[in-house]
Design a protein. Sequence first.
Length: 225
Amino acid sequence: MARRHIGLGPADVGLVSYPRSGSNWLSLMLAELLVGHDVDFFTRPYPIPWIADYREAPRLLRGDGRLVKSHEPYRPEYNRVIYVVRHPVAVAQSYHRAAVALGLPPLDPERFTEAWLAGTLSGAGTWNSHVLGWLDSDAEPLVIRYERLVERPENELALIAEFLRLPVDEAAVRAAIAHNSLERSMQKRADLRLPPPQTAGLAQRHVDAIVAAARPAMSRLGYQG
């Protein structure tokens, strides 16, 4: 695991999130801002690859930096980070829907919730520890809330462009949003047979347990139960 970070430099930036938080959607818009034209997940080289493939990433940031995606918990190798966060209940519901759609265990809502609370669904750990680890990190991340990205994408993309020191104008931002609306991004993901991120499947008792476990990070972010 640690070896794949060898070579990350001070000009490289991580696009980090807990799984199912919207980073794929955001990466489509950012990729267009970086290369100046519409892209999808089949574009090669993809402007914002996963960390495992970051050596193939084109150097599109100032100082020959690269923008790479990751779902990892905090790691000190990342010097600067855009951290995408989403309400944990929406994340869990989307995660469960994806597991059902793809036929991945655990499919039963009860067992899924147990695995979610234990942080054993993936290498990302629990939502609460993931969020707090990045919020308190030396990377001083630019925090982008998924909900605000949905409500006001132009404002959030402008913040990211400033953070990355990208020389983009308002017209380029509007074009990236138009080419990668939630509807269009879902179509692009359908090409990869990935499920759309709508919610389904968890009962209120599961939601209550998820909120209780996530309360510390939710409070930091201003999320309500």
